[in-house]
Design a protein around this ligand. Sequence first.
Ligand SMILES: *Cc1c(COP(=O)(O)O)cnc(C)c1O
Length: 399
Amino acid sequence: MNTDRLWERALRLFPGGVNSPVRAYRAVGGDPPVIVSGRGAHVWDADGRRYLDLIGAFGPLVLGHAAPAVVAALAAALERGGPFGATTEAEITLAESITGRMPVVERLRFVNSGTEAAMSALRLARAATGRDLVLKFEGGYHGHSDSMLVRAGSGLATFGTPDSAGVPDAVARLTLVAKYNDLQGAEDLLAAHPGAVAAVIVEPVAANVGVVPPAPGFLSGLRELTRREGALLVFDEVITGFRVSPGGATELYGVQPDLVVLGKIIGGGLPVGAFGGRADLMDLVAPQGPVYQAGTLSGHPLVMAAGQATLAQLDVSAYARLESLGTRLEAVLRAAGVPRVSRVGSLLTPFVRSTEEFALIHRRLRDAGVLAPPSQYEAWFISTAHEPADLDMVGAALA
Ligand SMILES: *Cc1c(COP(=O)(O)O)cnc(C)c1O
């Protein structure tokens, strides 16, 4: 069945035709593709058209589509059955891979999405501190739980206002919002609410407003500030976790948060999340402690197998390859006249002059067989399956 017919059916079935808003391509226009399959750096749509993929499922597919190691691990895991509603070796193996790479994660819990992981980490932070407020940064995305769907109002020292209908003001008011990379702003907000802020949650590399690396001293400043004020520091590494370095942003920037939120890559393309950190904090989680949290499908053997197979491929040479591919795509985009390219490893954003210009570029790339993320504010994701020649093709399409 061709793309047009499938998209018509999708429009009848799902709000906006999709199961996650950005997939509707509203920011760039045109009907979105309906994808049938993917292999390596490419995907195929329902009309048999092949695209070079720079979306990478919005983060998880660091090895590209249908990576042989992941497919093999999944096939073997399928044969073993499950889930079992019981602890499995696969959970232990993946958890040890994570704690080995990220020592600040002494203990963790697997959940089913980044949303759930961030929500649970904040519940834990509130329980651990006995405080109700949380501080996030403008443009920081931490999933779609009520308290995280909040951005700044006008001015810095304001309480949050909801970004979504359906979020009660009473909930939004518990979220303070500072500007990313503005340490003084965060400090002022904490000072205005002494002894009331449970946690500061931050994407160590902001990657949901286009890629914005942390300013020098920002993350270490947050570390000092939270320690001084008795608040917990939570790194949302759902995107950066095991993409920007073997130990994530925590390793790359050398700052130790109290809690870490993970997702995306650690599930190898299957639904996953995890939160973890200091053992004394994690021991507040049920059944060890009073913070309730549970999940029928948490630690699912298929997810664990895909995540472990993915992490096992991410050795030093894989990160060197991702860095060199990132450097190349950045150079290609600059040579094509993009005014500013912001990049951390294989994570990058070409910032153009307007969202209209971005839409134009997006369409031109699509016509040339390149699928870029359908918004100026979504990061572009390179995988180890990309070849330098693939990235040169992006330049040729833009020229
Ligand atoms: C994607 C993302 C999330 C949410 O993860 P889901 O699995 O989509 O719920 C949270 N935080 C960050 C930084 C993300 O990029």
